[in-house]
Design a protein around this ligand. Structure first.
Ligand code: GAR
Length: 208
């Protein structure tokens, strides 16, 4: 049984997609052992509560010192006993200590086709605003392992989504979520739960 901790900051639709995929059997042999938020008002915490999943908030406001905060985040993950950490719209930079302790055991969903529209400053709606300002016709989502860089870790899965004439950032965000993110993240967890993702020469390879 793969034990997963899901880290969130906001609405938690990706968390919901994982909960639903476990309930419907799209993800098997997997249990969410904790939901960890940096934001006490995140609706994701409600979703966890409704699903009966232990949820905690490690608030930056309450722990202003960055090192103390990083230690508290790592402690929350360790206390959960998770084998895999899933960043599902978690908008805090992951402490280096956690990356080292959970090397290739932290995955992140990013709402673009990395290496486009990623890195510092590209999160949430800003990603889709960037896509629209460049006029690209295809965007998508990426699930990747987390390394010390911002959105630079080994890519596990990607899915393309069409950009349509007249899209607003909000409309495009919704399409990327529906057509890519909510499918890709459960799919990546299912693959990892069944040892189907291996590191070869620094790249993540999906074994069929
Ligand atoms: C998602 O679109 C996710 O890909 C994005 O934040 C949103 C969270 O939505 N993450 C990033 O931009 C990370 N760089 P949710 O809370 O409804 O899952």
């Amino acid at each position: 049984m793969l034990k997963v901790a899901v880290m969130v900051s906001g609405g938690g639709t990706n968390l919901q997609a994982i909960i639903d995929a476990i309930q419907s059997g799209i993800i098997t042999d997997t249990q969410i052992v904790a939901v960890i938020s940096n934001n006490a008002d995140a609706y994701a915490l409600e979703r966890a509560k409704k699903a009966g999943i232990p949820a905690v908030c490690v608030s930056r406001k309450e722990i202003p010192d960055r090192e103390t905060y990083d230690d508290a985040l790592l402690a929350a993950v360790e206390a959960s006993g998770a084998d895999l950490v899933v960043l599902a719209g978690f908008l805090v930079v992951i402490p280096t200590k956690m990356i080292q302790a959970y090397r290739n055991r932290i995955i992140n969903i990013h709402p673009s086709l990395i290496p486009s529209f990623c890195g510092t400053g590209y999160y949430g709606l800003k990603v889709h605003e960037g896509v629209l300002s460049k006029g690209v016709k295809v965007t998508g989502a990426t699930v990747h392992f987390v390394d010390e860089g911002t959105d630079t870790g080994p890519i596990i899965l990607q899915k393309a989504v069409e950009v349509k004439a007249g899209d607003t950032a909000e409309v495009l965000q919704r399409r990327v979520m529906e057509e890519a993110e909510w499918k890709l993240l459960p799919q990546a967890i299912q693959l990892i739960a069944h040892n189907k993702v291996q590191m070869v020469d620094g790249h993540a390879v999906v074994m069929e």
